[in-house]
Design a protein around this ligand. Structure first.
Ligand SMILES: [Zn+2]
Length: 276
């Protein structure tokens, strides 16, 4: 089964040896991968004869596979970045280009121009280099907490704004903080996105609902061995089990109580809205 699936990796900000991350909270920094580790991950793919693709390329590969009977394109992963940090252009793009890899960058439109985040000009540069620009909402709220009007602003509104900035169609959406439900899916569909990526762990297959795409979060310090296994969809079961427990806790407690408890358990003061 695994050989026909594709892992969609989820990266965030990349860390440079002399640079401070956009946020210092543990809930944020555990998602910050060093630029040198990211390079090692891409080198590993190239060495093994794999390729990295954008979301559009990955969705197309599902179609190609079904047409060709599942014999093409198995050695591939999808690479995505959330939030729209400046390191998308300054660190990730040159490394991806070096290997001729594609990727999708999901942008939080309202963060453009803030320190550590891309400017509007930089998003256009990323697009003109051939990378895919996706949408990660307007202001990065938990979409499940919003009323209908705000939900529309954060999906359709964000898409319109991003398309004005890039001058190109924006077709893919990823959920801030991994929060989504059926209302969120309906809003993302109404905004005419073609896919929605969650933060739920797993592989995607030709039969996967494009509005419930799973991803594999790449965390700070992910070893090459773990990365190698994850490319093949191995070792994901333990994370999937932890997520089921976490999702049940969120459902019972609600987002804000869950976040307070999580901060308490992590033993330090943390932003109520970890930006992943
Ligand atoms: Zn995010």
């Amino acid at each position: 089964m695994a050989e026909h699936g594709t892992v969609f990796f989820m990266y965030h900000e990349l860390a440079l040896p002399d640079g401070a991350p956009c946020h210092r909270e543990l809930g944020y920094t555990r998602y910050v991968v060093s630029a040198s580790d990211f390079r090692k991950h891409m080198e590993e793919l190239a060495r093994e004869g794999w390729r990295a693709m954008s979301v559009t390329q990955a969705m197309q590969s599902f179609y190609d596979k079904s047409v060709a009977g599942g014999n093409v394109g198995n050695k591939s992963v999808c690479v995505t970045f959330d939030d729209g940090c400046e390191t998308d252009l300054l660190s990730a793009a040159p490394i991806l280009q070096e290997f001729g890899f594609g990727a999708t960058f999901y942008i939080t439109v309202g963060f453009l121009g803030r320190p550590g985040y891309l400017s509007e000009t930089q998003v256009r540069s990323l697009g003109s280099l051939g990378f895919e620009i996706g949408c990660h909402s307007l202001t990065h709220p938990y979409l499940t907490d919003l009323d209908d009007a705000l939900l529309r602003d954060e999906t359709a509104g964000a898409k319109d704004r991003l398309e004005q900035i890039t001058g190109a169609s924006v077709e893919h959406f990823s959920c801030p903080g991994g929060r989504w439900d059926r209302r969120v899916v309906a809003a993302v569909k109404a905004a005419k996105f073609r896919t929605m990526a969650t933060s739920r762990t797993g592989m995607n297959f030709a039969a996967t609902d494009p509005f419930r795409l799973t991803r594999v979060a790449v965390l700070s310090g992910t070893s090459l061995d773990v990365f190698r296994r994850e490319c093949r969809g191995q070792g994901l079961l333990q994370t999937q089990f932890k997520e089921k427990v976490r999702d049940a806790a969120r459902l019972v407690l609600g987002n804000s109580t869950y976040d307070s408890l999580r901060s308490l358990l992590l033993g330090r003061k943390e932003s109520p809205d970890p930006l992943h």
